[in-house]
Every structure is written in C-alpha cells, then in structure tokens.
Design a protein around this ligand. Structure first.
Ligand code: ZN
Length: 184
C-alpha cells in the first residue's frame, strides 16, 4: 500500500482572502505537521490548488472571483509552501481529478491510498474524494485537518464520504501513527 498526502486548496483566498473559511485557520498546524511527516518518510506530498481563469470558469459565477491564476489568492499560504520534491496540481473545478493530470501522477508514483487534507470539506475535498473513489483509490479523510464553512457542513460531509465512498475518517495523530508503522 502506497500513500500520498493531498493538501487541497490551502490558499490565501480561502484562509485570508475573499472566500475565507474561518475554521481553516485551526487546521494549519496539523496540515503542516502531516506534510513534514510525509516528507520525512519520502512519501509524496501533492498540493491540489484552485487556479481559475477570470471571466471563464463556471465556479466564479457562483462564488465570485477567487484563486485567480497567477494572483496572490491562488498561492498556497506561506506557512505550508510547497518545496522542491513536492507536487502541485492546478485545477479549475472542485475536483482535483477533473481535467488535470492528478490520476496520471498518482499512478506513476504507484499510489493507491490518498490521505485528504484541506478545504472545503464538503466542496473540493468531497468532490476530489468522489473522483478518487470512482478511480479505485482508497481514502483516508483527516477529520481535524479539513474544514468547511460550518461545523455542520464539515461533519455531514465526513459522514457522507465514509458511507458513500468507504472513506476512513481519521485524526491527524492517527494518520501519523499509521505512517510510522512499518508497511505490511
Ligand atoms: Zn474555486
């Protein structure tokens, strides 16, 4: 079993900008810790990031301009910037798989299990989880390293992913323990 950490939309616009998710601030430390754990074990860290085309992308009509290609809002927050050896996959829809090379990258890396972190639990995390499930990946959603616009939306989405995609719901410290254990 080979695992990769997905860090979804931990961008300036969602943490500090015009589509701010207040609860997201609380998860930064745990996401950072998981990134360090994965890097230290030589496991892939993949940032999946909104990068929208102004005036074109459908999502912008619903949510207003956010994470526009090349803007400050589309950059990963300074606290957890990608480093050499990490991967960055840009997306223009909620799902990290839609019209991106995420699936190709994961297959080339030999990954079969995705550890999902980031925002928003019930939007980009959940749609990425759906597409991962359709493609046969196993899923672990980190309950205290994901966040949504409300606690209720967060909890509801975790439950949904557990029931409908067979995702395991785990805490960041559970994931850390799992990674520390020798591979079967
Ligand atoms: Zn977006």
């Amino acid at each position: 079993m080979s695992r990769a950490l997905l860090v979804i939309d931990m961008l300036n616009d969602f943490l500090k900008g015009n589509l701010r998710i207040p609860e997201a601030e609380e998860i930064v430390g745990r996401v950072k810790r998981l990134i360090e754990v994965f890097r230290s074990r030589g496991l892939p860290v993949i940032y999946v990031v909104d990068s929208h085309l102004k005036g074109v992308d459908l999502e912008l009509k619903l949510w207003g301009d956010h994470a526009l290609e090349g803007s400050w809002g589309s950059q990963v927050i300074d606290e957890i910037k990608p480093r050499e050896g990490d991967y960055v996959v840009k997306k223009r829809r909620y799902s990290g798989f839609y019209s991106t090379d995420l699936d190709l990258l994961l297959r080339e890396l030999g990954v079969d299990t995705l550890i999902l972190t980031g925002v928003a639990t019930d939007i980009c995390v959940q749609h990425t989880a759906a597409d991962a499930f359709f493609r046969g990946y196993k899923l672990v959603v980190v309950s205290d390293a994901t966040a949504a616009l409300s606690r209720e939306r967060h909890e509801k989405s975790l439950k949904y992913m557990e029931e409908v995609y067979g995702a395991s719901i785990a805490s960041a410290s559970d994931v850390e323990d799992m990674i520390a254990k020798p591979q079967p």
